[in-house]
Design a protein. Structure first.
Length: 328
């Protein structure tokens, strides 16, 4: 039950929404903000179910109405998703065109959820939403979900009840992904680096390059060549996506190495990684990766950071640490 997860991980938010439902003080516009985690969107659906059930408490989550809302087949609940593609003017026009029609379900209440509103095509999108917010209908409720509160139009924020989520424990995200059908490895990696989907192109690319890096640790001189052909060339002129790739790559590489050092890991891929690199100086390799990851947050040339990492991996293989100590 989502309400149980909300009570466990976000007890203050649980209480705020519970009181609003009990006292018939539900806002017509909620803005669920905070770090990327699935609990925000789950809470949006729970809130939509609770508004439509209208029993002065959290929804049961199991009845036919709740099920249809969650599955997106309840006519008076509309979901607009900006997590994968930008929300454009037509998306909002279609949303309000549908909501302008008389409610068809017996609850006679309409709710819409806009996920990742910050990912839109321009000011016209948010201004269209703002215009509707400024003309509230008594039986129409809006729930906006965002990972980037600072990017939402301030006039929208000022009219919303803002609910700030904290960064939930990674175990919640991992369990959520496993329940959604992800395998153990991807669920663990995605929960650790804080992305939404294994379909993220930068994640897939980074994971592929990480595995190729690990395969080449016994010949680190080949890693720089691999970077040139498989990283620098494909990302040539695309600095923004390269920065995202670099962050994912360094995080994933550090996770693979540190997890491979954990003999109690139950993820077979990490055990295989340990077998591949057991003869290398794992602690020194991890130190080098974490140092480059730290530098990536600052104003260093991002491509030069990969060159630095390749060089340090060669030095470690030769038996020289960062400060020149013999590591044999």
């Amino acid at each position: 039950m989502i309400k149980d997860e909300l009570k466990k991980y976000e007890p203050k938010i649980y209480k705020i929404l519970e009181n609003a439902l009990k006292n018939d003080k539900v806002s017509h516009l909620y803005l669920l903000a905070g770090p990327a985690n699935p609990l925000k969107l789950d809470t949006a659906y729970l809130l939509a179910q609770s508004i439509i059930e209208d029993k002065g408490e959290y929804a049961c989550e199991v009845c036919d109405t709740c099920r249809r809302i969650k599955e997106g087949i309840y006519y008076d609940m509309v979901f607009v998703d900006g997590s994968e593609e930008k929300i454009d003017k037509k998306d909002i026009e279609d949303l309000y065109d549908r909501l302008d029609k008389t409610a068809l379900e017996k609850a006679n209440k309409q709710v819409y959820i806009i996920n990742a509103l910050e990912n839109n095509t321009g000011a016209k999108v948010e201004n269209m939403i703002l215009k509707r917010i400024e003309e509230p209908h008594p039986d129409l409720y809006a729930i906006i979900v965002t990972d980037h509160f600072e990017m939402i139009l301030k006039t929208i924020v000022s009219r919303a009840q803002v609910i700030n989520f904290k960064n939930v424990d990674n175990s919640y995200i991992y369990d959520h992904l496993i329940e959604s059908g992800y395998d153990k490895l991807d669920a663990y990696l995605i929960s650790e680096i804080g992305i939404k989907s294994e379909e993220d192109d930068s994640y897939k690319k980074a994971k592929d390059i990480v595995l190729k890096t690990l395969d080449r640790l016994d010949d680190p001189g080949s890693i720089e060549i691999m970077y040139q052909k498989e990283v620098f060339a494909p990302f040539k002129g695309d600095n923004d996506n390269f920065k995202v790739f670099l962050k994912y790559y360094l995080k994933l590489l550090s996770i693979y190495i540190s997890s491979a050092m954990d003999i109690d890991t139950d993820i077979e891929e990490f055990k295989m990684t340990l077998f591949k690199i057991k003869d290398h100086k794992l602690a020194l390799i991890l130190e080098a990766v974490l140092d480059i990851l730290h530098k990536s947050d600052y104003n260093y040339d991002k491509r030069s950071l990969l060159d630095q990492l390749a060089y340090r991996l060669v030095m470690i293989e030769k038996g020289e640490s960062k400060n020149g100590r013999d590591t044999h």
